[in-house]
Design a protein around this ligand. Structure first.
Ligand SMILES: [Zn+2]
Length: 267
């Protein structure tokens, strides 16, 4: 199917393509392929399929990606002196000429609907036959380069995520510090992890100790349901004490003595 859709990928590439993937990735790809076979008219499935391929292939399959990545990292450190496409001046001459010599096969086409989570591909909602600008690409690489050009052309900022240290184009506010990727091995996105870290670093040591104590009590109560009512009462008092501490009405020591006192758990 890949060969039929993209004749530039020969059969031998396909073996290589499969070799680099894990069993889970291949399963996911095949599930998507069968969905496409069932409903060939569904553009959403095809987009999702290419999204997956691009995601799985980037690090292993295409050598060009290494150069592109290094260019993108260079552009993350750019000063305000260059904007838009002029940011290419920041690269060395060989890379700059490489990008400047690029030609894309652009034209018009029927909109395939709204792109999810994308600030780069702006399209109209599904179901309307609007004719929009489009680009025809034969390879994923060409598509990625087009995307890169679009980011530069539209003067979108390219930033380094403060959590995973990977480049990203902020989806919402331009001053976002964190990307929307899911942190490897965790359930949360960098933006969520980042917000929690900022919250924690803003907490005083006393508050950090307080939250640790509350977690300890919570564990005790879950092991001994008889403490549940007492715990609810404690939590209500907690709110008052925390506010009093934050407003400077009681000292850190006073607050600490209060929440470290675990007499109420010994009934
Ligand atoms: Zn990130």
């Amino acid at each position: 199917m890949i060969n039929k859709l993209h004749p530039r990928y020969p059969q031998s590439y396909l073996t290589h393509f499969i070799n680099d993937f894990t069993k889970e990735q291949i399963t996911l790809l095949f599930e998507t392929i069968s969905k496409i076979n069932e409903e060939p008219e569904q553009a959403d499935n095809k987009l999702y399929f290419w999204n997956l391929c691009a995601k799985f292939m980037l690090d292993t399959f295409l050598d060009d990606i290494k150069y592109l990545k290094s260019d993108i990292y260079d552009l993350c450190n750019i000063t305000a002196e260059y904007t838009g496409k002029s940011r290419l001046h920041f690269l060395d001459n060989i890379r700059k000429s490489f990008y400047m010599g690029m030609v894309f096969n652009c034209g018009s086409g029927i909109s395939i609907g709204e792109a999810e989570n994308s600030k780069i591909f702006v399209s109209s909602p599904l179901g309307n036959d609007e004719i929009i600008d489009c680009v025809y690409t034969d390879t994923i690489l060409e598509f990625i380069y087009y995307e890169f050009h679009t980011v530069l052309k539209n003067n979108l900022p390219i930033k380094l995520c403060k959590n995973c240290n990977l480049p990203f184009v902020p989806k919402g506010r331009v001053d976002s510090l964190y990307c929307e990727r899911t942190v490897p091995g965790l359930k949360d996105k960098c933006s969520v992890v980042g917000a929690n870290n900022t919250y924690k670093s803003n907490l005083s040591d006393t508050e950090t100790e307080f939250y640790a104590a509350r977690r300890r009590y919570n564990t005790r109560v879950s092991r001994n349901p008889l403490l549940k009512t007492e715990f609810e009462v404690w939590k209500i008092k907690t709110k008052e004490k925390l506010t009093a501490y934050r407003n400077g009405k009681i000292s850190a020591d006073e607050f600490k003595n209060w929440f470290m006192d675990d007499e109420w758990t010994k009934i």
